[in-house]
Design a protein around this ligand. Structure first.
Ligand SMILES: Cc1cc2nc3c(=O)[nH]c(=O)nc-3n(C[C@H](O)[C@H](O)[C@H](O)COP(=O)(O)OP(=O)(O)OC[C@H]3O[C@@H](n4cnc5c(N)ncnc54)[C@H](O)[C@@H]3O)c2cc1C
Length: 391
């Protein structure tokens, strides 16, 4: 494993850096973070920023060139993510479902017509997507999905409920996993559909998270019509397509980049609060800094393996488990450093850094749930990496 960049890679890093520095939106790029906006405002901004990335040739840059990407290697993606965070560019999570999940899924499994219809508008941010997978009784066990899609003639009729659907209120389209054969074993009989979110019969109800913000939604489908040509892959074989989507959701190779940046900000917080002389705080800071460094090395190892083998293996579960649990420890440390000020919520008068760390502490719980919970990652490591018997 080689952790240093060769000359070509270093040139690439420089190119990314220079473009970002020249194109950062106003207010970004310093350690001082922009105030968080309301969800609608953040989504508008994310779409605008996506367009700017597109114009610069950086949108979906891991996609093959024939579909508008740059065919970036896993290492280039890692370099991009590191540089992106280093210069303080805006997070891309708010627009991520389209470029990160839907695009790669359609590139693998979509028809020529679907690719022509959807891919470019994903890259430009013109069309935003949400992911309609989870249901009240189908989360970790996604194959338990009950939302029905009945094929009558050349139209599917969809009835059922999805839950935890991030961005559904803002999305133009939804990738939906629905049951088309109720007799078949649960992994069979599912079909993968592309659903226009303006279709009659769709009702969206926001769900407020413990942060106080409503990104999540419940989405109800009442006899929603979906034309047959918006089916991805074959009838009843949606599980294979969903697995491709999930592999991209779980396969992010550079989660450390954000954590490394946030660790620097937590160190800065400790200095500003005069906690440098506090032995306990110093121990915790040193420990967390070491863990952040371990996370960085795990990410590089993951990318190195991916480059060698061409496919993300179950080892990716180490990385997901490690970074998502570290994320929580890091945010817990930040609010511990604040002492009694940690009780002030975001936006409260006197809150340190506007209460940003309190918000992030609450939000950090999310990563141990989405893209496969920590328990599921441990199951994968136990069974598929360590070869332990099922409990
Ligand atoms: C921030 C965030 C955004 C999300 N966005 C979306 C979205 O846009 N679209 C979407 O479809 N979904 C989304 N989700 C939902 C997410 O995919 C599910 O929450 C996740 O799959 C877990 O499912 P669940 O909530 O039903 O929990 P369950 O699967 O019911 O699990 C409950 C608990 O049991 C544990 N558990 C379950 N099975 C096992 C097992 N076999 N062994 C050991 N322990 C087990 C879990 O680890 C967990 O602790 C989002 C979730 C979060 C937190």
């Amino acid at each position: 494993m080689e952790y240093r960049l060769n000359q070509t890679e270093e040139r690439f890093r420089r190119e990314v850096h220079d473009w970002l520095v020249a194109n950062l939106p106003e207010g970004w790029g310093s350690e001082a973070r922009k105030a968080e906006g309301d969800p609608a405002g953040k989504v508008r901004f994310a779409r605008w920023w996506q367009r700017r990335l597109f114009d610069g040739g950086w949108a979906g840059f891991s996609w093959p060139r024939e579909y508008g990407g740059r065919g970036a290697t896993p290492l280039e993606q890692l370099i991009f993510a590191e540089e992106y965070t280093r210069v303080g560019a805006p997070p891309m999570i708010d627009i991520g479902v389209g470029p990160g999940l839907v695009g790669p899924t359609l590139i693998h499994h979509g028809t020529a017509a679907q690719k022509a219809r959807f891919l470019r508008k994903i890259l430009t941010g013109e069309e935003m997507w949400c992911q309609g997978f989870s249901e009240p009784n189908a989360g970790s066990d996604l194959a338990n999905c009950r939302t029905r899609a009945e094929l009558r003639g050349d139209t599917f009729h969809v009835t059922g409920q999805k839950i935890w659907t991030s961005y559904a209120r803002f999305a133009d389209w939804c990738i939906l996993v629905a049951r088309t054969d109720v007799q078949a074993p649960k992994h069979k009989g599912l079909t993968f559909l592309l659903v226009d979110m303006t279709s009659p019969g769709i009702v969206i109800r926001p769900l407020v998270e413990m942060t106080g913000v409503a990104w999540f939604n419940e989405v109800f489908f009442d006899d929603v019509r979906v034309p047959h040509d918006l089916m991805v892959g074959q009838l009843h074989e949606g599980w294979t397509i969903a697995i491709t989507t999930l592999a991209h959701e779980r396969g992010g190779s550079a989660p450390h980049a954000r954590l490394v940046g946030e660790m620097r900000e937590v160190l800065d917080l400790a200095r500003r609060l005069g906690r440098g002389g506090d032995g306990n705080a110093r121990q915790r800071l040193a420990q967390t800094w070491l863990e952040t460094e371990i996370c960085r090395l795990l990410a590089w190892q993951f990318v190195s393996d991916l480059t060698r083998t061409g496919a993300p293996g179950p080892q990716g579960s180490y990385l997901k488990l490690f970074w998502s649990e570290l994320d929580m420890r890091l945010k817990e440390l930040a609010i511990e450093l604040e002492g009694p000020y940690a009780m002030l919520e975001r936006g409260a008068p006197g809150a340190i850094d506007g209460g940003r760390w309190q918000y992030e502490y609450l939000w950090s719980r999310a990563a141990s749930i989405y893209a496969g919970t920590s328990e599921i990652q441990r199951n994968i490591i136990a069974q598929r990496v360590l070869g332990l018997p099922r409990g």
